[in-house]
Design a protein around this ligand. Sequence first.
Ligand code: ADP
Ligand code: MG
Length: 446
Amino acid sequence: MASPAVQAPRSAPSKTESYVDNKRKDDIRRANIVAARAVADAVRTSLGPKGMDKMISTASGEVIITNDGATILNKMEVLQPAAKMLVELSKSQDIVAGDGTTTVVVIAGALLKQCLSLLNSGIHPTVISDSLHKASLKAVDVLTAMAVPVELSDRDSLIKSASTSLNSKVVSQYSTLLAPLAVDAVLSVVDPAKPDLVDLRDVKIVKKLGGTVDDTELVKGLVFDKKAKILVIKDVERDEIEFITKTLNCLPIANVEHFRAEKLGYADLVEEVSLGDGKIVKITGIKDMGRTTTVLVRGSNQLVLDEAERSLHDALCVVRCLVNKRFLIAGGGAPEIELSRQLGAWAKVLQGMESYCVKSFAEALEVIPYTLAENAGLNPIAIVTELRNRHAKGEINTGINVRKGQITNILEENVVQPLLVSTSAITLATECVRMILKIDDIVTVR
Ligand code: ADP
Ligand code: MG
């Protein structure tokens, strides 16, 4: 027997249901954003030369000390699917540019924060997403206009950019050695026939415990961390064969029957070198050596050695970026502030919701100078305000020199980075945020 009191809501269910449904979608979107932002917050303190390092202790008992965003995130056990997208984002940046892996995640976090307030003001996710896309395209244009071309013969500029990327690493005190080394390593594998392409697989990094990072050297030849009484290098890894044959200009054989003179390589010197408590075998003076190079990295303990390798990887990637796309841009938050200013001005001429979204995008970018200042123990609000003023006066290369703790023309301070690192960070971060925004349900399949 239904009483009117029970019946009354009957007409309501459709309303209630649709309300619940929308709320669920909204909840999922917000939960995703919150989870992804938590990941971004985790790496924020690592940004920049004065950023903190992370000590990661893995389930297997391994300890890693690093400042590299991609490595930190890769080792973090992130379970929430949207948060995992930020881990993937950092990985993509690592593949595309090799540097800027913290930056990309920090930008994504700031964009997500802005998205939340745009959602709160009732703007539809699709509108937000489309506007962000538009803003990111414009951002790339602005950055490209700010960039200065660089020639590969300009060794100084290449070294400066490699130094910028090494500045923020645990091994930054060795950047005077590692930066030129990274430049020489990459340039030595550039094929004049294909001057825009660099395959970093042609640069082999061999790690050998002992000595200090200062003892790291570039070897024009091959290095094996093995010791054989008659000198035979055995147990060569399958995936090293290509590199070795390319370097030695010889051919691999699978069977003694194929052992012929034309398959052999020649070298002037094969020597066994004692290093600390171990030995390596060095092959130098190779005849018709292939376009490869080896970097022998040294370090007094495994933690430093591993981080030196990761940092060198970033520096090599920076030089590779410059070979691919020969433009440099200032660092130290200068491009982000300039973007923020120009996009902010652009937002004013746009109409309706789009204008709000672009304005939010512009504000989000201030996160980079803000965080750089914050991590360096400077007053972030004062710094960002001052930067905005200087940029409004047309000083587009004014940024924070974190090391000196002052606002200066950052190009003159030699803090430069490849254009590709900045553009890809903005493009990839926007893409990832748009993807997160458009998810309105999580379906678990067992
Ligand atoms: P990522 O993993 O994103 O490369 P980093 O920790 O390497 O993160 O920090 C990169 C940021 O630090 C860039 O914005 C770069 O411009 C800035 N940076 C590097 N060196 C300096 C410096 N000496 N002064 C100010 N900013 C710097
Ligand atoms: Mg870096």
